[in-house]
Design a binder for this molecule. Sequence first.
Ligand code: BES
Ligand code: MN
Ligand code: MN
Length: 453
Amino acid sequence: MPLETYLAKHRQRHLDELLDFIRIPSVSADPDRSVDVRRAAEFLRERFLAQEFDCDIHETPGHPVVLAERRVSETAPTVLVYGHYDVQPPDPLELWYSPPFEPAVVDGKIVARGASDDKGQIYAHVKAAESLLAEHADAAVNLVFLVEGEEEVSSTNLAPFIEANKERLKSDVVLISDGAMLGPDKPSLNYGLRGISYVEVRVRAANRDLHSGAYGGAVPNVIDVLARMIAALHDEQGKVTVPGFYDRVREIDESERRALADLPFDADDFLGNVGVKASPGEAGYSVIERIWTRPTLDVNGIGGGFQGEGSKTVIACEAMAKISCRLVPDQDPTEITDLLTKHLEGLAPAGVDVEVIDLHGGWPAVVPLDSPALVTAGDAVEAVWGKRPVFVRTGGSIPIVSTFQQMLGADVVMLDMGLETDRVHAPNEQFRLENYYRGIHTSAEFLLRLARD
Ligand code: BES
Ligand code: MN
Ligand code: MN
């Protein structure tokens, strides 16, 4: 029967299976959830075995990697599908309309942690493989799934795993769905991710908290010091002031600039959707250029001193901030972390100690728009959606993508299935059913076309 008929017939089961997957609270950052993280890996393994894949769970120093393979021939193209089965913590819990790990289907959307990032998207490929093999068992394509459990905590153990299994993982195409389309009716192929450098900075002066009346005015106030240091990280033009920060930044060319300006993207809607009325940022760049093509620096959190109810008169002995930089080609995360560290140390006034802790880093990545695999993906999108995809980038990071390019030399295809409005990492994360079903169909169509080419 045609793929469409198979997909229609198995729609409800495909949804039910995804909901079961989502019910497993695989929060990689939470040590108390490590058993659940493993359960999510085991859930996938069982599904793969049922679909006649070979599948193993590989231990790492952190959470395990699921590797599933169904190889048909040495001469057929090999597609490696990458995704992650771990999810972000669900906090703050009180802002959810329904419990984060009890998926609710409301208004055509699945509401739950991990629904869009990335369980719904990776599982769409699992069901695409099922459908393809059910209807085209002889399709000449080798399928490999690599699903990790540490993406949300920066994929520390994945690159060594890939390095150790380089030969086995050699593939022609790497297929990834872990991002957002430009809009509900705007199927998208993604050709760029930003990298990241993430540090924690701690500022200390006195050897204990002090009475603010007895010592105020006579000793450094580390919260004030930290606030000034942070304020000094941008200039009036919205540029990051860290010396050398922009040295390796590749400017986009005129044709890309025009293509971005021509995208059906409305900056006012984009900002209005999240209740924002103005866009500060780097002068000379549009909103879309700022998030997709320019490096940025953001304070993600700040702490120190008295945070309780009411007042307390105290001068804290320590203040801290979490700072991340999003990077673009050809910035090097190690180098940027070094530059930022030196700069922060230099900003500290006399008598104040600054410690900068490197939390994690990841490389940016761009993929060529004319790779044969991307062209085939565009055709698959058109076959399912009835329109050509738009080409987008994202401001987010998937650190392992540059590793795939460097170590495996594969063409990377990023077929985003989520929406910008999916509330990923936030309360009430959601994934549109339509995107799930079309995602399954598009993936199956893509694999079928690769098999035929
Ligand atoms: N799926 C996201 C990446 C993403 C975010 C793509 C937004 C498209 C739009 C991924 O799971 C993620 O959250 N990545 C982290 C990486 C970090 C922990 C190293 C990110 O971007 O913050
Ligand atoms: Mn993700
Ligand atoms: Mn994420």
